[in-house]
Design a protein around this ligand. Structure first.
Ligand SMILES: [Zn+2]
Length: 296
């Protein structure tokens, strides 16, 4: 089984000790073909670009040396996993656009300059989306209007660069949807993934109608995740993609432990069960979707 992880955070401190071991071979040995490391802050976006530079090049070189072999054999040879990058600013961190100091003490002059910095990062090799961006009304680190302004600006950036978006939405389902629909109706939409989807099956249908993919992670394996299981059952197979959001959200039976891309096999097994598909066949369909949405 080959696994694609459409949303991860290997730059997180939780991977300080074994990042090299995982990305350099252990993930690939378990069938992980690629992962998209998502920038959440400006520092995270920079770290994502650096990870993509390092591992994407190595993995593609290793693949080229074994050209002719089937992709599954090449991955099983346990070279590095391909790392792509997402560059975007999470709603909790959009204060950086307004001249606020970031978590690590970085400060940019307010407004357009920071957006320019992000634009340069998004243009780097291996960057496949603008993300994660969106709205988070759970923590309310920034006012709603500030979050909306920079979600809109980053969607505009995605359109300008012709990159899909990776969307974070927490306790803000309706506003997130309304903003994406507004962008779509204005003809500026580039599609993408609604990451760690937590809305209703009806709302998922509306996203799919606009061509969006629904990101499914560890939560789908939880017994009480009835709504999400229904979303998976009712969403057309070609609009589902797998993700970890690691180090968070480990699926059963590893719930509560640090997550990594290998655990996606449990997510695939649950999707296969809900879709009444053979696991291998389901994995292959999900792999194709992940390639399609990121155009890789
Ligand atoms: Zn994330």
């Amino acid at each position: 089984m080959l696994i694609c992880d459409t949303h991860s955070h290997y730059d997180d401190d939780a991977f300080a000790k074994d990042r090299e071991e995982l990305l350099g071979g252990a993930l690939a040995a378990a069938g992980v073909e690629f992962t998209v490391n998502m920038g959440a802050s400006m520092e995270g976006a920079e770290a994502s670009v650096m990870l993509a530079e390092k591992y994407r090049a190595d993995a593609q070189k290793a693949d080229a040396q074994k050209a002719g072999a089937q992709i599954a054999e090449r991955r099983e040879a346990a070279g590095p996993t391909i790392v792509y990058a997402g560059c975007g600013i999470h709603p909790d961190d959009v204060g950086v656009f307004e001249g606020k100091e970031t978590a690590s003490g970085m400060r940019f002059p307010g407004g357009a300059d920071v957006l320019e910095h992000l634009r340069v990062l998004c243009g780097k090799e291996g960057v496949v989306c603008v993300g994660e961006i969106g709205l988070d009304y759970h923590w309310m680190v920034e006012e709603k209007e500030v979050q909306k302004r920079w979600f809109r600006e980053q969607m505009r950036l995605a359109h300008e660069l012709d990159l899909p978006i990776n969307v974070h939405s927490r306790d803000a389902a309706q506003d997130t949807f309304d903003m994406i629909r507004e962008n779509y109706e204005a003809g500026n939409d580039t599609g993408g993934i609604i990451h760690c989807y937590s809305g209703s099956a009806e709302l998922a249908r509306e996203y799919v109608r606009m061509g969006y993919h629904i990101g499914i992670g560890g939560v789908v394996t939880f017994k009480n995740a009835k709504t999400l299981k229904k979303v998976v059952s009712q969403t057309p197979m070609e609009y589902l993609v797998t993700e970890t959001d690691c180090p968070y959200l480990s699926p059963e039976p590893n719930r509560g432990k640090r997550n990594d891309s290998r655990n996606i096999r449990f997510v695939i097994e649950e999707i296969a069960r809900l879709k009444e598909l053979d696991v291998e066949q389901c994995a292959e369909l999900l792999r194709r979707n992940a390639h399609e949405v990121y155009r890789v």
